[in-house]
Design a protein around this ligand. Structure first.
Ligand code: CAA
Length: 301
């Protein structure tokens, strides 16, 4: 018997490429009203305009009707702050890969949102257990029943970019996550049209523990002069049927994000096989973040 997710309203925090994509599939596929917040009004504007374009494209391709598009767009409301999300049944955090930022957000979730709301993080690599610990309100013991209940509603719900296209969601249970939270989060991802895999709460989970060393090896190949950027990417695209070469993929994910994930893997495992390449570090020092700001291993206009 399938478990209902019971989400009548969803909050999405962050309107970047991931948050926007999550809002999109939730409104269109799961048909759930979405309250979207980002501290940057410009980011919200860009995100909503991308959503309009994606909906128009789906209508143009005959995948959905104009009414479906209008209904989906009508389900997304921008709210000015977390207080605007007070009554959501679940929130998905999709901000940058920075533990202190996520801890502060989950502490605010615990203070501002309903005590039974599911608190999900779209983190690509950070410990869900550490994030869950931040959702125990100040002054409350993490080992008390109330403390366990508060942290028990935290879960990792890891979507992939571009969210409307990629079929997977990786589900991660913190040490504290309750089976009910896990089941409802899984049911919600399925309602968004995704297939779900589960991973233990280890640095990078399954996806990035495998993907990031691969990307890092490609960067080291370039650093050592083994081949040109084009030859590295073409080898993997044509030789292994990857949709993008590893350097193109790194630019697509964002070099700052790749470095943040690699640092989490390296620090979390203390295993030298995860040490980020110096070239990647220098490119991020230069603020070359990839596609999102026009310069990475390639140039974008
Ligand atoms: N948002 C929404 N849709 C997008 C999109 C975006 N940013 N970019 C492309 N698409 C859509 C296109 O509109 C097109 O849709 P239609 O079929 O409706 O026309 C479809 O994707 C295919 O696009 P294109 O024909 O333009 O180009 P393509 O065939 O080269 O596909 C791609 C583009 C889907 C991005 C493909 O190159 C791909 O799958 N690349 C690998 C992506 C990947 O590995 N993502 C995971 C990254 S890791 C991650 O996200 C998590 C992490 O933790 C780091």
């Amino acid at each position: 018997m399938s478990i209902p997710h019971g989400i009548r309203t969803l909050g999405v925090l962050g309107a970047g490429q991931m948050g926007l994509g999550i809002a999109f599939v939730s409104a269109l596929r799961a048909k759930v009203p979405v309250l979207l917040h980002d501290r940057s009004a410009d980011q919200v504007k860009k995100g909503l305009s991308l959503m309009d374009k994606l909906l128009d494209k789906d209508v143009g391709k005959g995948r959905i009707t104009a009414d479906d598009a209008k209904d989906a767009r009508g389900r997304v409301t921008v709210v000015p702050d977390l207080k605007g999300m007070r009554d959501v049944d679940m929130v998905v955090e999709a901000v940058s890969e920075h533990l202190p930022l996520k801890q502060s957000i989950f502490s605010s979730f615990a203070a501002e949102l309903r005590p039974d709301a599911i608190l999900a993080s779209n983190t690509s690599s950070i410990s869900i257990t550490k994030i869950a610990a931040a959702a125990v309100p100040g002054g409350m013991s993490a080992a008390s029943d109330a403390g366990k209940a508060s942290a028990g509603r935290v879960v990792g719900l890891h979507f992939f970019n571009p969210v409307p296209v990629m079929k997977l969601v990786e589900l991660i249970s913190a040490l504290q996550t309750t089976p009910e939270t896990l089941d409802r989060a899984r049911a919600f991802a399925v309602a968004c049209g995704k297939e779900v895999t589960t991973s233990k709460d280890v640095p990078g989970f399954v996806s990035n523990a495998l993907l990031m060393p691969f990307i890092n090896e490609a960067i080291m190949c370039l650093e050592k002069g083994t081949a040109t950027r084009e030859d590295i990417d073409t080898t993997l695209k044509l030789g292994m049927n990857h949709p993008m070469g590893p350097l193109q993929l790194a630019d697509f994910i964002g070099l700052d994000t790749c470095l943040a994930i690699q640092q989490t893997l390296y620090e979390g495992t203390r295993d030298s096989k995860y040490r980020p390449s110096i070239l990647l570090e220098r490119m991020v020092d230069a603020q070359w973040y990839g596609r999102k700001n026009g310069k990475g291993f390639y140039e974008y206009s």
